[in-house]
Design a protein around this ligand. Structure first.
Ligand SMILES: Nc1ncnc2c1ncn2[C@@H]1O[C@H](COP(=O)(O)OP(=O)(O)OP(=O)(O)O)[C@@H](O)[C@H]1O
Length: 431
């Protein structure tokens, strides 16, 4: 088959992206906190300790010693109303990093593609909002990243932190530059599913990352396609014979496939340590486990649930549970996976007990609208959904997903168990 090779900067279409699906719990109204400068002799300076703290001082020193105007920081500007750093493309973030483009925006801040003058490579810098709770969360993320870096010797699973510093009251975390997220890729492909052999490779790496984190007693809590990035932006375009052209003149439709299946997980800003108290709500809605919604307390298994939802999405092209409401979400789970166990419903906390009547989910009686009931009825059973999209390995994949998406967290597969499942074990790497 003839293949065209393409490469492009991964995020040059960022402006047209739909709003990123937000994580939970962070977007409470906040009094705007005016940015303060990290001042060193009247200039901005990284004032945090970093892996290369001397590097930060060297940055600043070069500002004075070399006196190169083009290497200086831009004039002081106020942050925007949400505490985001305000910048212009082409200017310096610090004397070491030149801003090329904005590649992403999340709850915590903006991610900028920057040229690192010292290492002579592009890096991705997360410039965190100058608001106390985000600054504190960024410090947690830095600690987690340092731990992961220490144990993930060859840096194959999690994004690698290169450096960090505090710039004009914004914590800046410097990462290796990665490619587009799985979500970006699906979207650019008009939400066409990935082939099952690619899903296998992506799933294997995702679960290896989860197993690695869980071995370190860390729980990611926000696994989603937006937080899984291809290492390389390169892709090939191949004809997609499954899609019928809209008119005879339109010719064959094409779909993209990544040239390499290598991925890494990002965004450790919500990572929890095992010994913490786990009662608060975690995860982005579509990937949230039933025990989280029911307020039963959560642990490692919430990552496994998210991984199950992600694998289904990669096979089908679309998020499995597209909802914004708890009862509808639980009803969707029952529709796809069968009834929720009574022992879980009985233990629902005071927020979730209203979703339960006589030991069962209060559905469809508790539905807020007919559309909601229709949205639930539209969903197929897991087996059918997988068989609609997967041409081979469907039986193994269904069995794996049933293990990852078990309602009761105590009987859900662990990441290590999942990696030993025949879906992974009995197949050689093809991508
Ligand atoms: N190392 C990287 N290389 C390339 N792009 C990146 C990198 N890190 C982050 N991005 C891009 O920036 C976006 C936001 O990053 P990230 O998820 O870390 O921010 P966040 O504020 O914590 O987001 P969230 O709202 O999910 O918490 C990502 O979805 C991705 O598109």
């Amino acid at each position: 088959m003839e293949m065209d090779y393409f490469t492009e900067f991964p995020h040059n279409y960022m402006d047209r992206r739909p709003r990123k699906r937000p994580r939970v719990g962070w977007e409470m109204p906040q009094a705007h906190q005016k940015a303060q400068s990290g001042i060193f002799g009247g200039q901005d300076v990284g004032n945090g300790t970093s892996f290369q703290s001397s590097r930060v001082l060297t940055d600043n020193a070069s500002l004075y010693v070399k006196g190169l105007a083009q290497k200086g920081s831009p004039p002081w500007r106020d942050d925007d109303k949400d505490g985001h750093y305000v910048f212009a493309l082409g200017e310096n973030l610090t004397s070491r990093y030149k801003i090329h483009r904005k590649i992403g925006e999340g709850t915590f801040g903006q991610v900028l593609e920057c040229w690192d003058r010292d290492t002579r490579e592009m890096v991705a810098i997360k410039v965190v909002r100058s608001i106390k709770k985000y600054r504190e969360a960024a410090m947690v993320e830095i600690n987690v990243l340092q731990l992961l870096r220490k144990y993930d010797g060859n840096g194959s699973r999690c994004v690698q932190i290169r450096n960090w510093f505090d710039h004009r009251n914004h914590i800046c975390i410097v990462f290796e530059m990665l490619g587009p997220s799985l979500y970006d890729f699906l979207r650019k492909n008009n939400y066409r599913p990935f082939p099952v052999d690619l899903v296998r490779e992506l799933g294997r790496q995702l679960l290896e990352c989860v197993a690695f984190m869980h071995d370190l007693r860390l729980i990611h809590t926000d696994l989603k396609p937006e937080n899984i990035l291809f290492v390389s932006p390169e892709y090939v375009k191949i004809p997609d014979y499954k899609v019928t052209p809209r008119s005879p003149t339109e010719g064959v439709c094409y779909k993209r496939l990544p040239k390499s299946s290598a991925i890494k997980v990002i965004d450790f800003g919500s990572t929890a340590y095992e010994e913490q108290d786990h009662n608060y709500i975690v995860s982005t809605r579509h990937y949230r486990a039933p025990e989280v919604i029911l307020g039963l307390g959560w642990s490692y298994q919430c990552d496994i649930w998210s991984a199950g939802c992600i694998l289904v999405e990669l096979c089908s092209g679309e998020a499995l549970f597209q909802t914004h409401e708890n009862l509808e979400h639980l009803a969707m789970m029952e529709r796809v996976l069968g009834p929720l166990p009574q022992h879980m419903l009985k233990r629902a906390d005071r927020h979730a007990e209203k979703y339960v009547r006589r030991g069962r989910l209060d559905w469809p009686d508790g539905a807020t609208s007919r559309e909601s009931i229709r949205a639930v009825l539209k969903l197929p059973r897991l087996q059918n959904l997988v068989m609609q999209h997967v041409d081979h390995s469907a039986g193994e994949l269904i069995d794996l997903l049933q293990g990852l998406l078990r309602f009761d967290p105590s009987s859900r597969l662990t990441a290590h168990e999942a990696l030993r499942h025949p879906f992974f074990r009995d197949h050689y790497r093809r991508y």
